[in-house]
Design a protein around this ligand. Structure first.
Ligand code: GLA
Length: 405
């Protein structure tokens, strides 16, 4: 009798948990929202409206310009793709903008070695007012996405109550599981509950979601990057431990390539998001992106750090009166990523420090590679004093590793 109960409990547990084994590393790819929003005016703006054409053109760029081979494989549709529901209640895309349907786009993405993501909302409407999933449609919509061969679902929370979210997100996780298709699950749930316990149950989230938006939407400005960073750092004691392989905090998309960030700020967002083990979702026009911005996004050492197999989220270890901050992320093989970040607004700052001042106690000999310049700094022991020159609203980023004797 007892073992039967145990078996039953184990089975029940399995049903509740999202066991897709996906996203052992933070997802990388492209998401339409920040750059292309809900532009549905294909008559006036055919190149930039939310349509099949936009996703095909971005898929081609991902495949042909080196992105896919570096790991940027997700091609994710956000809001404003829905046309309505058919007579049987099945979701259909807007026929004019997606004339060949979503399954066609998924096939196209797969033929290029990419994955397709889609967007829905657990409430009555999506944030832009398109038909939501609602509790009674969860199973049906999960099946539709699986039939279309979708690989990721972002489930938003606009126009829903806390009760609907508390039921709907676990229900969708179970429904996705039940389709038998591995579909990564991105949950906006915590962002709608203020992002913190006790309202947010991060142990439950890490069982049912592969990633989750904790906080508000990123906008195309440095101020927005800072407000998100501040929130994540203010709450790092809560947020840092809940991230790991298969379940990530999501501070929202990368702005790099758009209009609001300077070169230094673009480098800073990339470095800080990488140290936070954040998903790397670009949202920019890959058809026109500059070589300089491509260099930031395609930095292979940066990507290796973001994708580190331990999946430990980094944290701020130092905040100084000089408006210099230091962030640290432990990596595999006793290595670390260090980000020296300046919030100053005057001129390049000469920051003097030592590993001992950054709480390194080991007597090992380290070497550092500057992630952006490639330069190597050798002979670093705990007490060795070093100087990094950090530009205003910029970073210096090091990949620090012990030298094997
Ligand atoms: C919310 C989300 C955004 C985006 C929009 C779409 O605001 O947080 O990321 O998906 O909805 O309407």
């Amino acid at each position: 009798m007892l073992w039967k109960t145990v078996l039953l409990l184990a089975l029940v547990d399995q049903v509740l948990v999202l066991e897709n084994g996906l996203l052992q590393k933070p997802p990388m790819g492209w998401l339409s929202w920040e750059r292309f929003r809900c532009n549905i005016d294909c008559d006036q703006d055919p190149k930039n409206c939310i349509s099949e054409r936009l996703f095909i053109e971005m898929a081609d760029r991902l495949a042909q310009d080196g992105w896919r081979d570096l790991g940027y494989v997700y091609l994710n549709i956000d809001d404003c793709w829905i046309g309505g529901r058919d007579a049987k209640g099945y979701l259909v895309p807007n026929r004019k903008r997606f004339p060949n349907g979503i399954a066609f786009l998924a096939d196209y993405a797969h033929s290029l070695g990419l994955k397709l993501g889609i967007y829905e909302d657990i409430g009555n409407f999506t944030c832009m007012g398109y038909p939501g999933t609602t509790l009674d449609r969860v199973v049906q919509d999960a099946q539709t996405f699986a039939e279309w061969k979708v690989d990721m679902l972002k489930l938003d929370g606009c126009f829903s109550t806390p009760e609907e979210r508390a039921k709907g997100y676990p229900m969708m996780a179970a429904a996705l599981n039940a389709t038998g298709r591995p579909i990564a699950f991105s949950c906006s749930w915590p962002a709608y509950e203020g992002g913190l316990p006790p309202k947010v149950n991060y142990s439950l989230l890490s069982e049912i979601c592969n990633l989750w938006r904790n906080y508000g939407d990123i906008q195309d400005s440095w101020r927005s990057v800072l407000s998100i960073l501040d929130w994540f750092v203010d709450h790092q004691d809560v947020l840092q431990p809940v991230a790991g392989p298969g379940h990530w905090n999501d501070p929202d998309m990368l702005l790099i390539g758009n209009f609001g960030l300077s070169f230094e700020q673009a480098q800073a967002q990339m470095a800080l998001w990488t140290v936070l083990a954040a998903p790397l979702f670009m949202s920019t026009d890959l058809r026109t992106i500059s070589a300089q911005n491509m260099d930031i996004l395609q930095n292979s050492l940066m990507i290796k750090i973001n994708q580190d197999p331990l999946g430990i989220q980094g944290y701020r270890i130092l905040k100084l009166k000089s408006h210099i901050e230091v962030y640290l992320r432990p990596l595999v093989n006793d290595a670390y990523a260090l980000v020296f970040f300046s919030r100053r607004t005057d001129m390049p700052y000469r920051f003097h420090s030592s590993l001992a001042q950054l709480n390194f106690t080991s007597s090992r000999l380290y070497e550092a590679q500057d992630v952006y310049t490639g330069g190597v700094i050798s002979g670093l022991q705990a007490e060795t004093v070093f100087t990094v020159i950090i530009n205003p609203s910029g970073v210096v980023m090091w990949y620090l590793y012990p030298v094997r004797m």
